[in-house]
Design a protein around this ligand. Structure first.
Ligand code: PMP
Length: 427
């Protein structure tokens, strides 16, 4: 049993010594002290079904023995030198990652986070094209540093830092968007941004294939192929931010962009690739990668042997345990059950997503699509009390984000549905 500091003490210290910007989901934040597979345990040994997975990060399950084993083995032998020396953990993982990529995407840059990978992607696109303008989509989240915060397009994630060089295109939002599910119509906006807002050439376009922070928004079909064509005609590079949707999460494909039939010029990833170990990466073509030889790009911990050993172990576990297939099977069962729940509860306005990246949008009026902001907070608390942890997001903060570890089962799904059903019935 756990006999460490209790939630109240931690909370008191946190408010005194940590940034006041750190938020929490519940009125009384949980003190989570242990994790195993798709379960988390609090200070009293109470078990929770984890349907949020550390924000789409824990893909193999919490504390997977093979990932932990590979990490410990490496950390005991050699923790860090730098990429100035050789180490096989880095090259082996890079080779394995490249093998998961389509086309000529095979040169890997390791970073420490998704933000860093996206910052690098935007810089590479600007260097390669000699242009400054980058187009991202409204409602997206790409990171918290200068360029990525500019690309991020939700006011609650932005400060008054640099906004230059980024244009935000219409979100191909199939639920609230003006063109419904017609991706090509939304894509016209990118064409117009280039025509009216630039000199005709751009550095690139960056987007998630399913917006995570934005409330599990799947881009309307036909959108990405049309936009990629437009961007390439304007000399730009297409960047796929796979930080949340990548690494087997969507089930049908290993990468989210694959469901749209496109091949990006740059792919960025983080979160799931380390299953909890901080690591990010960017993959591009040999030709594009060359731009970084014009000067020196050095990253102290990017490509650290411990993190790359962990990442490589994650990839092996995903394959060995067929977790992508599981995400597909359990994910579609989950979505079907959510759709049935939608028929029962008027408050569920929309059910969407793919694999184990699912969203449930709550509205107080289905016609008006009025965001049920207070109701979702109430439901989250009730679900937590019944032993289920789930995320929240979306521009209006009214969407359940379901992104569990990929070892989630049908039985877990049944339990989740029962709990959500009870919570929504009580609202
Ligand atoms: N891109 C996407 C799609 C994300 O969801 C996030 C994190 N929420 C990031 C980039 C930034 O990643 P990090 O927090 O590791 O910097």
């Amino acid at each position: 049993p756990y006999d460490g500091p209790r939630a109240a003490d931690i909370l008191r210290k946190r408010s005194e010594f940590l940034s006041p910007s750190i938020g929490h989901l519940y009125k009384n934040p949980l003190n989570i002290v242990e994790g195993k597979k798709q379960y988390l345990f609090d200070e009293d040994g109470r078990r929770y079904l984890d349907a949020f997975g550390g924000i789409a990060t824990v893909c193999c399950g919490h504390c997977h023995p093979e990932v932990i084993g590979a990490t410990i083995e490496q950390i005991k032998r050699l923790q860090h030198t730098s990429t100035l020396y050789l180490h096989n953990a880095i090259t082996d993982f890079a080779e394995a990652l490249a093998s998961k990529m389509p086309g000529n995407l095979k040169v890997v840059f390791f970073t420490n986070s998704g933000t860093e990978a996206n910052e690098l992607a935007m810089m590479i696109a600007r260097l390669y094209t000699g242009c400054q303008d980058i187009i991202s989509i409204r409602n997206s989240y790409h990171g918290n540093a200068s360029a990525t915060m500019a690309a991020t397009a939700q006011k609650i994630w932005k400060f008054s830092s640099t906004q230059s060089g980024v244009h935000h295109a219409l979100n191909p939002d199939q639920y609230r968007g003006i063109f419904g599910s017609n991706g090509e119509k939304y894509a016209k906006d990118v064409e117009e941004i280039i025509e009216f807002g630039t000199f005709g050439r751009v550095a690139g376009f960056m987007s998630e294939s399913i917006q995570g922070v934005g409330g599990i928004m799947e881009l309307a079909p036909g959108y990405l192929p049309a936009v990629y064509k437009t961007i390439r005609e304007a000399g730009g590079l297409c960047i796929a931010d796979e930080v949340q949707a990548g690494f087997a999460r969507t089930g049908s494909h290993f990468w989210g962009f694959e469901a749209h039939g496109v091949v990006p010029d740059i792919v960025t990833m983080a979160k799931g690739i380390g299953n909890g170990t901080p690591i990010g990466a960017l993959v591009t073509t040999p030709e594009i990668a060359k731009v970084l030889t014009r000067s020196n790009y050095f990253n102290t911990f990017g490509g650290n042997p411990v993190c790359t050993a962990a990442g490589h172990a994650v990839l092996k576990v995903l394959e060995k345990e067929k977790l992508q297939e599981n995400a597909a099977v359990v994910g579609s069962y989950f979505k079907d059950r959510l759709k049935v729940l939608q028929e029962k509860h008027e408050i569920i306005g929309d059910v969407r997503g793919r694999g184990l990246m699912l969203g449930v949008e709550l509205v107080t009026d289905r016609q008006e699509k009025t965001p049920a902001k207070a109701e979702i907070l109430h439901a989250l608390e009730m679900m937590k009390d019944m032993g289920v942890l789930v995320g929240k997001g979306g521009f209006y903060g009214n969407v359940f984000r379901i992104t569990p570890p990929l070892c989630f089962t049908k039985e877990d799904t049944d339990f989740f549905i029962d709990v959500m059903d009870i919570a929504l019935s009580k609202i």
